[in-house]
Design a protein around this ligand. Structure first.
Ligand code: NAI
Length: 302
């Protein structure tokens, strides 16, 4: 079995001063990557900032004999994204790997949601991924190589009470990845998503202590490292990772029901009468891109 290594590779990990990002940064560095450790250094809700979180991780990497540079910019601004990528290019010459991991939470039930709370969370997760990925993607295209991981969440894929802002942003990242996998395809840029479950400050008041103890970020890192390796040729997939369990989630389409030959418009009653078949997820199809879905419809309607 060939060993996965990142010698000669440059990795940017956003939000790498703590939690999952810190673990990724250490593991990439242990396997030879030069790592940009980005972290704004604020609290779980995004308030405040500081340099010590990123600095400490850089020190840890250097103590292990690795190479790393700190960056303290905010992922949620275009300027911040450019500076993060500039740090990689100026210190290490390029960007091969980007893990969009930085995140905050500001939970509120939707009836109490206000614009500032919505924007702050969407800006860090979704706009942040845009701001950092754009300059990184341009650099990767020039080098004909790139591995990008977005961080999604079961909150977005399935819903989680009180997290409308967070869930919307997290699933928005799937849409972004779905397009970048196509636009990056011919440049050997693979864009995948990790759906982690891990014991961090994000989850310390959610999981019971016995479960929290099992959910070390260490268990998520191997999946992220594989997705960022040369060996990974898949693009656009969501991998869930938690405490030694790994699985794939995907948006799939059921077999459906043909209720017309294309000349008669079905009635709402036809929909009601065929609801079970329309709702069926028996033998679902996964489409790599939307044109495949249109083609499948065209075939069915022939
Ligand atoms: P964490 O709070 O330990 O780490 C997030 C890091 O991002 C912090 O160090 C923080 O300073 C940094 N950060 C926040 N806003 C930033 C900004 N604007 N610019 C730069 N850095 C910023 O949380 P955790 O759990 O490690 O989360 C990492 C990612 O994983 C997040 O995207 C989170 O949404 C996601 N996630 C985590 C889950 C879990 O079970 N811990 C579950 C699902 C998703």
């Amino acid at each position: 079995m060939s060993e996965i290594n990142f010698k000669g590779r440059v990795a940017i990990i956003t939000g790498a001063g703590a939690g999952l990002g810190k673990q990724y940064a250490l593991e990439f560095a242990k396997r030879g990557a030069k790592v940009v450790v980005n972290d704004l250094g604020g609290a779980k809700d995004g308030s405040g900032q500081g340099t010590s979180a990123a600095d400490q991780v850089v020190d840890e990497i250097k103590a292990l004999g690795g190479e790393a540079a700190a960056n303290y910019d905010n992922v949620a601004t275009v300027e911040g994204g450019e500076k993060i990528v500039k740090t990689a290019v100026e210190k290490f010459g390029k960007v091969d790997i980007l893990v969009n991991n930085a995140g905050i939470v500001r939970d509120k039930t939707f009836n109490k949601m206000d614009e500032a709370t919505w924007d702050s969370v969407v800006n860090v997760h979704l706009k942040g991924a845009f701001c950092v990925t754009l300059p990184a993607f341009i650099n990767m295209r020039e080098n004909n190589y790139g591995r990008i991981v977005m961080t999604t969440s079961s909150s977005g894929m399935y819903g989680n009470f009180g997290q409308s802002n967070y869930a919307a942003a997290k699933l928005g990242l799937l849409g972004l990845a779905n397009v970048l996998k196509l636009e990056g395809g011919k440049y050997n840029i693979k864009v995948n998503l990790i759906g982690p479950t891990a014991a961090t400050r994000f989850t310390e008041d959610i999981f019971p202590p016995e479960l929290f103890a099992k959910l070390k970020p260490d268990f998520v890192a191997p999946a992220v490292l594989y997705l960022c390796s040369e060996d990974c040729t898949d693009s656009g997939v969501v991998i869930n990772a938690a405490a030694g369990y790994y699985s794939r989630s995907a948006i799939v389409t059921g077999p459906g029901a043909i209720l017309s030959d294309g000349t008669r418009v079905p009635t709402p009653e036809d929909i009601k009468d065929n609801w079970k078949q329309i709702m069926s997820l028996d033998k679902p199809e996964y489409y790599y891109q939307s044109v495949e879905m249109f083609n499948a419809f065209a075939e069915l309607l022939k």
